[in-house]
Design a protein around this ligand. Structure first.
Ligand code: ATP
Length: 261
């Protein structure tokens, strides 16, 4: 379980996360949605002990990240850039992470098979496609067999087959009883994957519930997102900031449709 309670993080005069409260539950895929700059990454960074909160708490299984005795077995995170050295093989990369976290080497083969990279175990990371890199990051996150999995923009830059695979895989992880939190600004795709949506804008919660609950009172989920986030949606400025249609919406650099940041 992930519990965010009254979380606030300020950068100078700017409040990036503003009294945010939500829960991501075991057995569910929770979509954490909002336009660029809404405060999603900041929330995840505080949750994962990479940043501090000015107020409130972010708990994993009832504990702050810093209090977890064996973090890798409690939470796995797939954030931007997995940090794999391009000259390393997938196996060597994961082997190093396993050793650093006191995890059995046998997990390396298991997670590589699990994410469909078994046959690429000895390939160098520099030869990997974007989708393979995403799978490798996911394999690293799963090394400790954690009950909580956090992924930042997991479908960014993936081709349709990659997105399909990711959808099935996250479903399987949740069905195994894990808490899965997916952060994204591509709500069309995430809404198809998630059981529960948490929508933020300007650091605040603007909607929470099952996709049909969030869409209630609007012509569609897309309309709901536009209404909830009140962005100016001109052809060039708006769409890049906020892409409710989803698809994968990705550009070759994997950052989405131009994305004003
Ligand atoms: N280290 C920092 N110093 C100053 N401002 C920051 C810092 N980190 C984030 N911010 C600001 O806080 C706000 C929230 O940023 P954050 O990255 O959390 O949003 P996001 O929802 O994850 O967006 P994106 O999808 O673009 O990553 C933005 O206005 C951002 O510029």
């Amino acid at each position: 379980m992930i519990e965010i309670r009254g979380l606030t993080r300020r950068f100078g005069a700017h409040t990036a996360v503003d009294g945010l409260t939500f829960t991501a539950r075991p057995g569910q895929v929770t979509g954490f949605l909002g336009p660029n700059g809404a405060g999603k990454s900041t929330t995840l960074r505080v949750l994962l002990g990479l940043d501090r909160a000015d107020a409130g708490t972010a708990l994993i299984g009832g504990e702050r990240y810093a209090e977890l005795r064996r973090p890798a077995t409690a939470v796995g995170a797939q954030l931007d850039g997995g940090g794999a050295h391009p000259a390393r093989t997938a196996r060597a990369h994961l082997g190093w992470i396993a050793r650093a976290n006191g995890l059995p080497a046998s997990r390396v083969g298991e997670v590589l098979e699990g994410v469909g990279l078994g046959r690429s175990a000895r390939a160098r990371v520099r030869t990997f496609s974007l989708g393979m890199g995403q799978r490798l990051n996911l394999a690293a996150a799963l090394l400790g067999d954690p009950g909580v999995l956090v992924m930042d923009e997991p479908v960014n830059g993936l081709d349709p087959e990659g997105i399909r695979w990711m959808r099935g895989f996250t479903r399987q992880l949740a069905d195994e009883g894990r808490t899965v939190l997916l952060s994204s600004h591509f709500m069309g795709e995430i809404a198809r994957i998630a059981d529960h949506l948490v929508v933020v804008d300007r650091g605040r919660l603007v909607a929470e519930g099952a996709p049909d609950e969030v869409a209630e009172g609007h012509a569609s989920l897309e309309d709901a997102f536009f209404a909830l986030t009140e962005r100016p949606h001109t052809a060039d400025a708006g769409f890049g900031r906020w892409n409710p249609g989803g698809g994968n919406g990705a550009t070759p650099d994997g950052r989405g449709n131009g994305g004003v940041r």
